[in-house]
Design a protein around this ligand. Structure first.
Ligand SMILES: Cc1cc2nc3c(=O)[nH]c(=O)nc-3n(C[C@H](O)[C@H](O)[C@H](O)COP(=O)(O)OP(=O)(O)OC[C@H]3O[C@@H](n4cnc5c(N)ncnc54)[C@H](O)[C@@H]3O)c2cc1C
Length: 120
């Protein structure tokens, strides 16, 4: 569990309360825009935003037909999550369990594909 060290100012030690932790499940259209708005509106010390998705990018689905037809470059239909969310922690994995009472989320990290392990 993340805990901030105490702050020492003019010899006085004050315990810094941990910021609110926000978990966003899914980095699709709703998850990405939620994270972007929180990133814009919250100060860095106000909350820690974590987004979890098995994919490292968001696909802008309304433009898929144009990408398939060659009218739009496929690169312009995807949004790399880490690049656009520098202040959020992006976790590459799938939410496999959520215990609201214990405030605990379980994330299953995907295994690397065989091609990945060979370095191809
Ligand atoms: C071809 C196409 C064209 C469309 N055109 C339009 C349009 O013109 N106008 C319009 O308003 N809408 C359109 N839509 C619909 C629009 O894209 C969806 O309504 C929108 O993407 C829904 O957003 P979402 O965040 O709920 O889901 P998604 O964008 O599908 O995102 C869900 C995310 O959750 C992740 N996820 C799933 N399970 C887990 C898990 N267990 N743990 C972590 N992450 C998980 C997925 O990987 C995904 O990234 C279109 C859809 C399609 C397919």
């Amino acid at each position: 569990m993340y805990k901030k060290p105490p702050r020492v100012r003019n010899g006085a030690v004050t315990q810094v309360t941990s910021p609110t932790r926000i978990l966003i499940v899914g980095g699709g259209h709703v998850g990405l825009y939620t994270a972007l708005r929180l990133q814009q509106r919250l100060r860095a010390d106000e909350a820690e935003v974590t987004l979890v998705d098995p994919k490292s990018y968001m696909t802008y689905q309304p433009l898929l037909a144009e990408a398939a037809a060659g009218a739009v470059d496929p690169r312009h239909v995807i949004v790399p999550l880490r690049r656009v969310l520098p202040r959020a922690q992006v976790v590459h994995g799938r939410l496999s369990g959520l215990d609201h009472a214990a405030r605990r989320a379980t994330v299953t990290v995907p295994r690397p594909s065989p091609d990945c392990r060979r370095g191809t």
